[in-house]
Design a protein around this ligand. Structure first.
Ligand code: CP
Length: 298
């Protein structure tokens, strides 16, 4: 992050110091959001090969706030992907137009790591199949940082479809790096095999332990032949007024929410909800990441 050609594909090579430096940058934007002119005009390509609301719009707003011009490729419609061009060729061709930075959401089939090494500008992973979603983890941890002031030893329970979640993958990596305690809870078919993350099988036990709970979206589109009972899930793992009645911490969800499945809570009115705080954090963190990768204000 300290030089202008680094990318953000995974959180692996990030130090805790670099993460906190981003948090401080994001916090400063909270006080004077917007219009941080980067002086010379920069261009960001937002290439979304898969659907998105929060990530795409927050990167657009982040770019606008920084005075970075953005252009958007939003799905295949109207592009040469419809004529059979590959995602890889699409990215390489857009890179040849020399934008200053690329923000990419794509499936697992695309080798984003290898592509980022073939092009000269920084690449930001904006959600890569099941592999990772680093800016989501950064905004989640930033939300917790804003809440608690410090993160070391804070306990986070991640509930639900962990196995199919890129958000969970990136959060395990980042939360562990920042000295937080993280545990998972969910039905057996949603838990990854051979994970080093401790499992708390009973939701009530997990909620008693945690300072914060994060529900994950049940990723029905990734389940294929998985045996899954929605009724059992709701009975045992749904966050609702009953299961959460004694919980004094905060709750989060990366979105989009399947209301009535993983969660049945008022995300606006419940004083424990940080769901919209996460969305706001998304703009601040993405401003900080774009600015850092463009090598401005390092
Ligand atoms: N959390 C998240 O990545 O949401 P979107 O898919 O709407 O961007």
């Amino acid at each position: 992050m300290s030089n202008s050609v680094a990318s953000l594909i995974s959180l692996q090579d990030f130090s805790a110091t670099q993460v906190y430096s981003l948090f401080e940058k994001a916090k400063s934007f909270d006080e004077k959001i917007g219009h941080q002119s980067t002086q010379s005009i920069r261009t960001a390509g937002l290439l979304f090969f898969e659907p998105s609301t929060r990530t795409r719009c927050s990167f657009e707003i982040a770019a606008n706030n920084l005075g970075v011009r953005s252009f958007l490729l939003n799905g295949a419609e109207g592009t040469s992907l419809e004529k059979g061009e590959s995602v890889e060729d699409t990215i390489l061709n857009i890179a040849a137009m020399e934008p200053d930075i690329l923000v990419i959401r794509c499936s697992d089939e695309v080798d984003l790591q290898s592509l980022s090494q073939q092009i000269s500008m920084p690449v930001i992973n904006a959600g890569w199949g099941k592999r990772g979603h680093p800016t989501q983890a950064l905004l989640d941890c930033f939300t917790l940082y804003q809440e608690f002031g410090q993160l070391k030893d804070k306990k986070v329970l991640i509930v639900g479809d962990v196995k199919h979640s890129r958000v969970a993958t990136s959060n395990f990596e980042l939360m562990t790096k920042l000295g937080m305690q993280v545990a998972i809870c969910g039905p057996q078919e949603f838990l990854p095999q051979n994970s080093k993350i401790p499992v708390i099988s009973n939701l009530q036990e997990g909620l008693q332990w945690a300072d914060a709970v994060m529900a994950l979206r049940c990723q029905f589109e990734r389940h294929a032949s998985l045996q899954f009972s929605k009724q059992d899930y709701i009975a045992n793992y749904q966050l609702n007024q009953n299961s959460m009645k004694n919980f004094k911490g905060i709750f989060m969800h990366p979105g989009p929410i399947n209301h009535g499945v993983e969660m049945l809570l008022d995300t606006r009115a419940d004083s424990r909800s940080r769901v919209f705080a996460q969305v706001k954090s998304g703009v601040l963190i993405r401003m900080a990441v774009v600015l850092s990768l463009l090598g401005i204000g390092n």
